[in-house]
Design a protein around this ligand. Sequence first.
Ligand code: NAD
Length: 246
Amino acid sequence: MTGLRALVTGGASGIGRATAEALAAYGARVAVVDLEPDAVRAPLLAYRADVADDASVRTAVRDAAAALGGLDILVNNAGIGAQGTVEDNDDAQWHRVLDVNLLGAVRTTRAALPYLRESAHAAIVNTCSIAATAGLPQRALYSASKGALLSLTLAMAADHVREGIRVNCVTPGTVDTPWVARLLEAADDPAAERAALSARQPTGALVSPEEVAAAIVYLAGPGAASVTGTALAVDGGMAGLRLRPE
Ligand code: NAD
């Protein structure tokens, strides 16, 4: 990664933070774009933007690219959750989550493409979710946002492959991040809820943010030069395995 320049949205916490730190550890220079830039530590650069706001995204991407001297890697990772069936979320909630999880990646990609076109090793990685490919209960809106992001990944991979820009995504299972910690805190019995979430994954354990970061670093790096239009599951076997009851 030495000499490469990366931008990670949602890089102040969880998967994004682990990804930004891993990219930097492998020698990349990294800018984080987040609502909470004060949580970002040097040597990572930090820029405040709401991916739901086009003007703030364009300014942050422009400033980050100027500071880094260009861009080679874009990680569209910023995202928010939503629970419930189609009856539980009103139109405003649908618009808000799609605005961040789907259109956030569109806006950041649009702003970054002119810089990525100048790169000899251009790659985009989107953080999707197991919810994009599996029917999870009580996750209608969130699943739709991540399913659309997965489809967008494939379409963008096709549109930009001839320009030398690769586009892939990861589909994590339940990852042990501050987001999940907040969900557990809100549960009646956090320890029992953590055990239930862990048991849902065939490996019996939550995924660590560092494992997802390692998958993103692989997809973003020169070692994956022939990999584009793929979804890499980092999900404890949730999507692929059909175990017999014990
Ligand atoms: P997190 O809440 O720990 O971190 C998310 C980061 O994104 C935060 O720093 C937050 O400030 C930032 N962010 C949120 N909305 C933003 C906006 N509008 N503009 C700019 N920044 C914004 O969450 P996480 O668990 O690390 O999740 C990161 C990504 O991974 C999300 O896209 C999420 O959907 C996806 N994901 C998470 C899990 C999981 O179990 N944690 C599983 C699958 C996919």
